[in-house]
Design a protein around this ligand. Structure first.
Ligand SMILES: Cc1cc2nc3c(=O)[nH]c(=O)nc-3n(C[C@H](O)[C@H](O)[C@H](O)COP(=O)(O)OP(=O)(O)OC[C@H]3O[C@@H](n4cnc5c(N)ncnc54)[C@H](O)[C@@H]3O)c2cc1C
Length: 381
């Protein structure tokens, strides 16, 4: 089915994104996998190609585009190469950007945004802690006011861009008695004494992504690094998770559809019992189901994207899009592995890596269970 969510300008931009992916990321992917990150040079290259500040006002070095579809086009093209690229870039350019643009003071914006756009200042967001990620209101990292500073203690885990980030938006408890209304966001910067990174975590998939633990031991964060109002962090996160979740849904489908298209080519070539494996009715029907599944999901997600453009996307619809596409993606990729046979289990095959990469989509940015919890509550249950 023809998608109508993007116009000619978006498609022209897609060409730029594809050219970037083909020239800079694809040839270096094996190196990125070995290094467990794609490295600063790639961030700077994205900055040189104006790909990091699409939604940042021009006054701070961005492109000032008030249309999230451009970021989503870039995310789709990154996902098609590997899910890890869209995850890392998405955290910086789609997830953290709104915190800095919407909530920061003029002085903070001048301080951070120009380098954010060039890739000199890579960002991350630290919500999840070793004690739990789903129950965000129960986080244990604390920040206590001391003169002009706040003193941070605690830790975060599973943080995308964790090792490479120059600035991490960290959620910490500032008013213990106020539960979800006692959380504040801080910009913790590389080099602050007491701020340490753990090792790059060894994940099941997404080897190109730097994911790590962060430790805060009496880190003195100046009051000038508080993001937004004290004790308002939880609300800020809830508001912005909508953007993160629709972004995740878009990436889930782009990733699944790319590997499905590659699998379709494979099953036309690969033969068994004297015929292409795709021509067996069982496989033909399976592929028909998978294509239908992707296209039906895409229609819902594209409708959500248009709602997002109009600033009317509800948290519940974003939750539906996120969990459903994570499910579809995992079903599609598992079936693709099956259709590749033994080759599908070899990590040198893209399908195997994609299958490993996708598993986390049902866990991160709010697990499928948490998404259903939100939807269930909306049903009055
Ligand atoms: C590769 C990767 C990258 C990540 N990047 C980031 C990042 O950049 N920043 C960040 O802050 N976090 C990040 N995360 C963390 C991620 O968001 C959390 O892992 C996720 O929110 C789940 O939290 P948890 O792992 O603590 O699981 P838990 O909260 O311990 O949950 C365990 C299980 O219990 C289920 N569960 C929990 N509560 C309920 C409930 N009420 N009803 C039913 N089931 C429930 C969950 O769905 C899950 O299946 C990342 C995680 C991974 C794996």
């Amino acid at each position: 089915m023809k998608r109508t969510v993007f116009d000619q300008d978006h498609e022209a931009f897609r060409g730029t994104c594809r050219a970037f992916v083909d020239r800079y990321l694809r040839p270096n992917q094996e190196k990125h996998i070995a290094n467990h990150e794609f490295g600063r040079e790639m961030w700077l290259e994205m900055g040189r190609h104006d790909l990091l500040g699409l939604n940042i006002p021009e006054a701070y070095g961005g492109s000032g585009i008030d249309d999230p579809r451009f970021c989503l086009v870039f995310a789709e093209e990154l996902s098609k190469l590997a899910f890890a690229y869209s995850a890392c870039v998405g955290i910086h350019a789609d997830c953290v950007a709104p915190y800095l643009v919407d909530l920061c003071t003029e002085e903070q914006k001048q301080r951070w945004l120009p380098r954010f756009c060039t890739g000199e200042l890579v960002t991350a967001i630290g919500m999840t802690e070793p004690s739990g990620g789903s129950d965000l209101a129960a986080l244990r990292t604390t920040a206590v006011r001391d003169g002009d500073d706040w003193v941070l203690n605690g830790s975060k885990t599973f943080i995308t861009n964790g090792c490479s980030a120059d600035l991490v938006v960290v959620a910490a408890r500032t008013s213990p008695e106020k539960k979800s209304h006692g959380i504040t966001l801080f910009a913790v910067e590389a080099g602050m004494p007491g701020f340490e990174r753990g090792r790059k975590l060894d994940k099941v998939g997404q080897a190109e992504a730097d994911t790590s633990e962060l430790f805060f031991s009496d880190v003195r964060v100046p009051a000038g690094n508080v993001i937004g109002e004290v004790d308002s962090g939880f609300v800020y996160m809830m508001q912005r998770l909508v953007t993160e979740r629709i972004g995740a849904a878009v990436q889930n489908l782009a990733h699944a559809r790319q590997i499905l298209d590659e699998t379709l080519e494979y099953v036309k070539e690969r033969r068994a019992f004297g015929q292409p494996v795709g021509s067996f009715q069982a496989n033909k029907f399976r592929l028909a189901e998978l294509v239908t599944s992707c296209e039906v999901a895409q229609a819902f997600v594209d409708a959500c994207v248009l709602e997002q453009v109009a600033h009317t996307l509800s948290p519940v619809d974003a939750a539906k899009a996120k969990w459903w596409t994570a499910q579809v993606q995992n079903e599609v990729l598992d079936a693709c592995v099956q259709l590749y046979g033994g080759y599908g289990y070899m990590t040198e095959y893209r399908v195997a890596r994609a299958w490993q990469d996708a598993r986390v989509a049902k866990i991160w940015a709010g697990s499928n269970e948490i998404m259903k919890e939100l939807i269930g509550r909306d049903l009055g249950l």
